[in-house]
Structures are given as structure tokens and as C-alpha cells.
Design a protein around this ligand. Structure first.
Ligand code: IPE
Ligand code: IPE
Ligand code: MG
Length: 234
């Protein structure tokens, strides 16, 4: 895996970064374009950041693409987002396979249209053997539901310990979450990876998601590397 020269001086490179990709709508509004255009440009930004994550040597990246609360949006916007999801998987799956990117899905994706479920399952199968970074995409994801389900699944098997819950989360098997990035100037988690966020560093930028570049992503990772993490110790 490629390594990032920014981390050569013994700085701690993050292993797992999560991104709340927010601001597509405001990006479009600013330009008097339809919201769909913002989402379309958002996919382009996602593509570039996914490539950068591989180049920077991350072990895992989790992307918040569609929350369980995003169903509240107008039907035509949800349908635009579904169309873009189809398009992204179709156009980039070969590249994932070629680069050894392992796809993982966080969330109840089975609630999506049957053709999307098939597309996602095909992508999971084709990338399962990859030896590169994991790309975890949060689709119809909500952390509170994830935790309730994980606790119930753990209880069905035995004592409800922290480890037992962790093993039932969608993120089971991923490295600990080091850093959460949120674009668009909002300072909240919006029901994203609440358990995993326990000791993650937080990094916020006013940049709207379609304008987020690999350069800014690299800058966030470098800033992270200079932070002191204490995990409650001293
Ligand atoms: C993020 O952009 C994409 C999704 C939530 C699916 P938004 O659509 O939330 O953009 P804003 O927040 O309205 O600008
Ligand atoms: C969070 O963004 C969800 C995704 C980025 C997919 P939202 O735009 O849905 O979050 P809120 O409503 O501003 O909290
Ligand atoms: Mg938003």
C-alpha cells in the first residue's frame, strides 16, 4: 500500500477515517442549479477522495452517503440519489476490483430497490477478496438503530458486554475510528457512528462537499497527525 510522505516523520497516520459528506444542496443553491446537480458533483468529489484515500495508505474509510433519516426528503430527490448510487457502483466497480478496494456496507441496504440490492451484493462479492483498503459506505444508516440491533443480537447470544456489542455493529472488523470529517460547516454527527466516535478526533470544514478536494483531505489528515490523543490517560 502507498504511504503518505506527510507521515514520514513519525507522525501518527490515521488508519480509519469517516466522512460526513454534507453540503451538496447548498453548493447547488449558491449556483442557482437544481439540487440534483449538487449531488452529481458530490459524487465526483467522492470519487476523487476515494482514490486519494488509497494513495494516502488508509486502511479504511467510511462514507456517510444516505442516512436512515434521508428518506424524509422529497421523493424526486431520493430517486436522484438512488440513480447516482447505481451509476457510481456501475462505473467504479472495475476500478475497486483492480485496486483491491474491499467494499463494505454500513446500514440496512436491503430496504433499497431490488436492483440496487443486487448491484450492491454483486459489488460486495466481487471486491471481497481485495487486499487493499476497505471502503465502507453508509447506506440507509442510522447509529441509534445500529446500536439497538447490535445490543439485541448480543443479548440473544450471551452476556451484553462492550465486546459483544462491538462484534454486532456494521463496522465489526474495521480498525478503530481515528478521525471524523464533516464538510459544509455543520458541527454535528447526525446519527453517524455514535459508538465508533467514542475517541475519534473531529475535524470540521466550511467547504461544501462538491468543493472538497484531495488537497484539503490531505491537510485534514496532516492536522490529525499532529494532535495529541490521550484516551483518558495522561
Ligand atoms: C449531502 O448533501 C448529501 C446527502 C445528505 C445525501 P445535502 O443534500 O445534505 O446538502 P445540504 O446540507 O442541503 O447543503
Ligand atoms: C448527514 O447529512 C447525512 C449524510 C451526509 C448522508 P444531513 O444533511 O442529512 O444531516 P442534517 O439533516 O443536516 O443533520
Ligand atoms: Mg445536509
Amino acid at each position: 500500500m502507498a504511504s503518505n510522505p506527510a507521515f514520514d516523520e513519525g507522525l501518527a497516520a490515521p488508519r480509519h477515517v469517516a466522512i460526513i459528506m454534507d453540503g451538496n444542496g447548498r453548493w447547488a443553491k449558491k449556483r442557482r442549479l437544481p439540487r440534483a446537480m449538487g449531488h452529481k458533483r458530490g459524487v465526483e468529489a467522492t470519487r476523487q477522495i476515494v482514490r486519494a484515500a488509497g494513495d494516502l495508505g488508509l486502511e479504511a474509510m467510511s462514507l456517510y452517503a444516505f442516512s436512515s433519516e434521508n428518506w424524509k426528503r422529497p421523493e424526486d430527490e431520493v430517486s436522484d440519489l438512488m440513480g447516482l448510487l447505481r451509476g457510481y457502483i456501475r462505473s467504479d466497480l472495475d476500478e475497486f476490483v483492480e485496486k483491491g478496494v474491499k467494499l463494505k456496507i454500513l446500514g440496512n441496504y436491503k430496504a433499497f430497490a431490488p436492483d440496487i440490492v443486487d448491484l450492491l451484493e454483486d459489488a460486495l462479492e466481487k471486491t471481497a477478496g481485495g487486499n487493499g483498503p476497505t471502503l465502507a459506505v453508509a447506506l440507509n444508516y442510522g447509529a441509534q438503530a445500529e446500536l439497538a440491533q447490535a445490543a439485541a443480537a448480543a443479548a440473544a447470544k450471551g452476556p451484553v458486554t462492550q465486546e459483544a456489542i462491538e462484534a454486532e455493529l456494521y463496522s465489526a472488523g474495521l480498525p478503530p475510528l481515528d478521525l471524523i470529517i464533516r464538510t459544509s460547516g455543520e458541527h454535528r454527527l447526525s446519527n453517524f457512528m455514535l459508538w465508533q466516535a467514542a475517541y475519534a478526533e473531529l475535524w470540521f470544514t466550511d467547504t461544501l462537499w462538491p468543493d472538497f478536494t484531495p488537497e484539503e483531505f490531505t491537510a485534514a489528515l496532516e492536522e490529525f497527525a499532529g494532535r495529541e490523543r490521550r484516551f483518558g490517560g495522561r
